[in-house]
Design a binder for this molecule. Structure first.
Ligand code: NAD
Length: 252
């Protein structure tokens, strides 16, 4: 019970990595808020997790929408009295578009979700953390946050921004008991590619150079293990880190 009595919000937790994190958090005793804009996945995940822990609630939230984000955090505090952990996990891919092929509509969507979404939740939660004397943020970056050529241009830029925001918050608010760290996974077995409507062949060919050195794709449990550690007090000395989670791929 490493998160006993902690209140945790996890965005994008209807599916994939977010769902695995929410499931693990519930097993570790946390009161869990499932937030997703995929209504069916949201309902299913809430129902499943209520069997693990009675204190599970769901919000239909689009992280692009400030009102949704603010309501989610206000209602969490109304229901549970506080919020201890925010996991910014919601994210989409960019069709792997190489620089010459970037479409404005793809750039704007990916930036609004992957960067704007993280900014909006942190903007709202930090004052609540300050008021209650602290809190912990875990942002789901990607190995593209630490490297150059392993994704499309927009996704790479967005995840670098997530790394920067993580360090900024850690640096500015660490003294007030707030920690912000990020996880930077290589490929994880999920349905993330569904967030692409077509694929840029040139970008894909460029991005997969070197995947022969990547090793096996990670499981969602690999990521939820690390998230529990970064969200819990066991990692209290770690702040502002972007943790490569890639079986050593980027070490080469
Ligand atoms: N799967 C991978 O290989 C991989 C690798 C590195 C990083 N990541 C990152 O991990 C995170 C989770 O990805 P995943 O692989 O579990 O994908 P996924 O598609 O299985 O899950 C993503 C979830 O986010 C939700 N979501 C997307 N946009 C949203 C929005 N605007 N508002 C609310 N919810 C939204 C989706 O509905 C979905 O439930 C993403 O940030 C992704 O960039 C994934």
């Amino acid at each position: 019970m490493r998160l006993e009595e902690k209140v945790a919000i996890i965005t994008g937790s209807g599916n994939g990595i977010g769902k695995a994190i929410a499931t693990r958090f519930a097993h570790e005793g946390a009161k869990v808020v499932i937030a997703d804009f995929d209504e069916d996945a949201l309902t299913k995940t809430v129902e499943e997790l209520k069997e693990v822990h009675e204190n599970v609630i769901g919000f239909n939230v689009n992280v692009v929408n400030e009102e949704d984000v603010n309501k989610m955090i206000d209602r969490t505090i109304e229901k549970f009295g506080r919020v201890d952990i925010l996991v910014n996990n919601a994210g989409v891919l960019d069709n792997m578009q190489a620089a010459p092929n970037v479409e404005d509509k793809v750039w704007n969507r990916v930036m609004d979700i992957n960067v704007g979404g993280v900014m909006r939740t942190m903007r709202k939660v930090i004052p609540a953390f300050v008021k209650q004397g602290g809190g912990t943020i875990v942002n789901m970056a990607s190995i593209t946050a630490l490297t150059g050529g392993r994704g499309g241009l927009t996704y790479t830029a967005a995840k670098h921004a997530v790394a920067g925001m993580t360090k900024n918050v850690a640096s500015h608010y660490g003294k007030q008991g707030i920690r912000a760290n990020a996880i930077a996974p290589s490929q994880v077995k999920t349905g993330l590619t569904h967030s692409m409507d077509h694929l840029d062949k040139e970008g894909m060919e460029l991005a997969i150079r070197g995947t022969n050195l990547m090793g096996e794709p990670l499981s969602v449990e690999d990521i939820s293990n690390i998230t529990v550690f970064l969200a819990s007090d066991e990692s209290s000395a770690i702040n502002g880190v972007v943790l490569a989670t890639d079986n050593g791929w980027s070490a080469y």
